[in-house]
Design a protein around this ligand. Structure first.
Ligand code: 9UX
Length: 72
């Protein structure tokens, strides 16, 4: 089943950062779609439940230099 995660993503300062974060998320197994909004510092990720978790996604983006955490 598909679910949507919202992540708060820090340290994005330009459109290229947005593209980097979207590619990082989209390249993660289980992720179907990833969209990032720079102004709101949010990532919206559609993923397959059981394949990956919001915590996994936030950890991966954080490791790439953009401190992130799941939001309700
Ligand atoms: Mo923009 Mo982001 O020049 O890591 S790519 S600051």
């Amino acid at each position: 089943r598909r679910e949507t995660a919202v992540l708060e993503v820090g340290s994005m300062t330009c459109a290229s950062c947005v593209g980097r974060v979207e590619r990082i998320l989209a390249a993660t197994p289980g992720v179907l779609e990833a969209r990032v909004n720079l102004a709101s510092e949010r990532a919206f990720v559609t993923y397959l439940a059981g394949a990956v978790t919001p915590d996994d996604l936030a950890a991966k983006v954080t490791k790439a230099g953009f401190p992130s955490r799941p939001r309700d």
